[in-house]
Design a protein. Structure first.
Length: 328
């Protein structure tokens, strides 16, 4: 595992040039934030102080507090190569010039078949009963975040305008567009130094490795070690406000041939208690019941069923908890 280990148990503080101090609390392993909204001001400069659990001290340079202009729009187009999502913004005062974006996305998807019942092993006797909303397994949601550095600059333009900067691309007929897709785009104003640092990071990390690519450059941030002054520290601290905007894209807006089908035909299973326990009652059941069916006139009713992979959407990696921001 090459993941960078989280720095836990540190003491992290935002310090202002006005001698203000704003301690941050560790909310998760290596993730520090303020319990309340930080009351920072645009006339004050800020820096980050870090005291690690093993006694190391780090301090960033003071940076200007940047007020981010609103996002004008998050838009998208659909063509033969898929869906392209864009961000557009401007600063009428021409004071921003340097921008960064990131995003979170969530999409709904469905399983191949919908089960309206489930096997309740706690009932007396155990039985197949109506499936409650809490155990719904037809609709699931998957979420993720951007990984690439998304930067833009209007320095070479007469007006401080960023028009339709590409934010994300979704391949045609992707499962993300099978039901409903949402993206929350966040926008940050950067200082020139912050933008240059991230631009260098972008070039070094996104190089394709061909002989024509620029050679990796030395990255110098604005965080320094007080304990070991010669230690190279990679990172950059910025301060400012954030603007965000969310949009939804439904399947009806994006003609798609995406389909999800079960490769295995349904099977009819007996309704006897012993058969239910064998087929439906294990921790990892062989089958999940769909509904009662009568295969032939006058014949015994049986449970129309299929394997969990065709019915339980959670097996696809998502969860069945509808996000709070999702349309009803």
């Amino acid at each position: 595992d090459s993941a960078i280990p989280a720095e836990t148990g540190a003491r992290v503080t935002v310090e202002g040039s006005d001698n203000s101090n704003h301690p941050l609390t560790e909310q998760a392993a290596g993730v520090y934030s303020s319990i309340d909204t930080l009351q920072l001001g645009p006339t004050v400069q800020y820096r980050l102080s870090i005291h690690t659990s093993n006694g190391e001290d780090y301090l960033s340079d003071l940076v200007a507090y940047k007020v981010t202009p609103p996002i004008d729009s998050v838009s998208w187009t659909n063509n033969g190569s898929g869906v392209e999502i864009y961000a557009t913004t401007h600063d009428p005062a021409n004071n921003t010039r340097y921008y960064q974006w990131n995003y979170d996305y969530t999409y709904e998807y469905h399983s191949a078949e919908q089960s309206v019942v489930y096997y309740d092993s706690t009932a007396t006797p155990p039985a197949v009963v109506e499936r409650p909303d809490s155990l719904e397994n037809y609709s699931c949601w998957t979420s993720g975040s951007s990984t690439a550095l998304l930067l833009g600059s209007s320095v070479k333009l007469a007006q401080d305008v960023i028009y339709e900067l590409p934010v994300n691309h979704i391949e045609p007929n992707d499962a993300q567009l099978s039901v409903l897709y949402s993206i929350l785009v966040r926008q940050y104003a950067l200082t020139e130094n912050g933008y240059n640092f991230l631009s260098l990071m972008q070039k070094n990390s996104e190089s394709l490795g061909s002989i024509f690519d620029a050679q990796p450059s030395q990255i110098t941030g604005n965080i320094h070690s007080l304990t070991q002054p010669t230690e190279q520290v990679i990172g950059y601290v910025s301060a400012g406000t954030v603007q965000q905007q969310r949009i939804f894209i439904s399947r009806s807006q994006v003609p798609s041939t995406y389909t999800v089908a079960c490769p295995i035909p349904d099977t009819l299973l007996p309704t006897s208690e012993s058969a239910l326990a064998v087929n439906f009652g294990n921790k990892y059941p062989l089958y999940i019941p769909l509904f009662l069916a009568q295969p032939m006139a006058g014949g015994p009713v049986k449970w129309q069923s299929n394997i969990p992979g065709c019915i339980d959407c959670r097996i696809g990696g998502g969860n069945n908890k509808k996000p709070s921001f999702w349309p009803q």
